[in-house]
Write a protein that binds this ligand. Structure first.
Ligand SMILES: [Zn+2]
Length: 381
């Protein structure tokens, strides 16, 4: 009997300790949502499971990787000083638009015209993501932008898969590739090939295809036949829309049957599009820092105004992503930290976001179940 009481007391103490810990975590997270103080807040936020569904390879190379890839490719960079290189690769403070932002991709594209450099670039990025504590990432790039030295898109994709596999063999995280088609003139055949390569390597390193590039210049509506073709092949896709063009661009993407939209931020105050997103169960891949830098929404100039809760309150599924870690000088953890620091989200909303990321990942149901379990373990720490 004495032992039983002792055991009960012990359990009661444990319960109290657990309760106390839960309250402490909530308080710290709440503090993170309303004030700026403390390493403890950052430590607790880092307990959030990190999943990046919208991450561009060329915008996320480190200056160190760029140097190594330039050496492999025999490309002369204007400097080998890492800080000076970083300045070329980061979005300028006076960035005016998405088109300005895209200029930061010039050097990465120059050094990614050689198989070994592409392989190294993917390898290095996955290793860095693993070090940052990501559980899962979908890394995207456009194979057709890497053909200047005579590579075929197929060779480019093979090189990227080699880099991915080499890194995953040394990492705990999981990652897949998304192959981007490009908005532009006279590249219909190249885009078709990208879709066909997505089909060829689907489930073997490649998860889906995408449409990237200058949205305002090359309208989404032009790409209906491309996504009809992808659908006919059973290729999953996501589409950049509602970043640099109006919500009609998103409505076109939705009419193509996409389940995910890259960005989609412009719909935050558009009742019709919000309803459509909810009805069709579409997930938005939001990228807060990038959206502010490209001035995706003219009236939103600071993180405190970032309208993520406008979506969550309408039960529209949103995820938080980096877009371009180097160009935007960010990491996924930093994105969450900023959202907390500026009081944009609280811990409950962060959990919703993580669940949405798991749900929207280009993974099988079993893989999603495993990923969710990993997320839950981290979030319960
Ligand atoms: Zn993007």
């Amino acid at each position: 009997m004495k032992n039983f009481v002792c055991c009960l007391m012990k359990n009661k103490n444990l319960l109290l300790i657990n309760m106390y810990q839960s309250i402490l975590v909530s308080v710290l997270l709440f503090c993170g949502a309303c004030s700026e103080h403390g390493d403890k807040v950052e430590m607790k936020i880092s307990n959030y499971a990190l999943i990046d569904l919208h991450l561009h390879l060329d915008g996320s190379l480190s200056p160190e990787a760029l140097c190594e890839m330039a050496r492999i490719s025999n490309v002369n960079l204007p400097t080998t000083d890492l800080n000076e290189l970083r300045a070329f690769m980061e979005c300028p403070e006076d960035c005016e638009s998405l088109n300005d932002y895209l200029e930061c991709f010039d050097f990465p594209q120059q050094v990614m015209q050689h198989k070994d450099a592409i392989e190294y670039g993917v390898y290095d990025l996955v290793k860095r993501l693993d070090k940052q504590g990501l559980l899962y990432a979908e890394i995207r790039y456009a194979p057709q932008l890497h053909l200047e030295n005579g590579l075929t898109q197929d060779e480019v994709v093979q090189a990227s898969i080699s880099g991915l596999n080499a890194a995953l063999a040394e990492c705990d995280m999981q990652a897949q590739l998304i192959l981007c088609c490009m908005r532009g003139d006279n590249n219909d055949e190249l885009n078709k090939t990208t879709v066909e390569l997505t089909k060829k390597y689907l489930g073997r390193g490649v998860a889906a295809c995408d449409l990237a590039g200058a949205e305002a210049l090359f309208k989404t509506e032009k790409y209906k036949s491309l996504f009809d073709y992808a659908a006919s092949l059973g290729v999953p896709y996501t589409i950049h829309a509602g970043e640099a063009d109006e919500v009609s661009s998103m409505q076109d993407a939705i009419s193509f049957g996409t389940h995910r939209i890259g960005h989609g931020i412009r719909s935050y105050n558009d009742n019709h599009t919000l309803t459509l997103l909810y009805d069709k169960n579409i997930t938005l891949e939001l990228c807060p820092t990038s959206n502010l830098q490209t001035k995706a929404v003219g009236s939103i100039n600071s993180m405190s105004q970032y309208p993520i809760c406008e979506f969550i309150n309408r039960n529209v599924k949103v995820t938080v992503n980096t877009d371009n870690m180097t160009v935007s000088n960010t990491t996924l953890l930093k994105e969450f930290q900023k959202l907390f620091k500026f009081g944009v989200i609280n811990s409950e909303q962060a959990e919703i976001i993580v669940r949405n990321s798991v749900d929207a990942a280009f993974l099988s149901d079993d893989q999603k179940k495993d990923l969710l379990e990993k997320c839950q373990k981290i979030m319960r720490r």
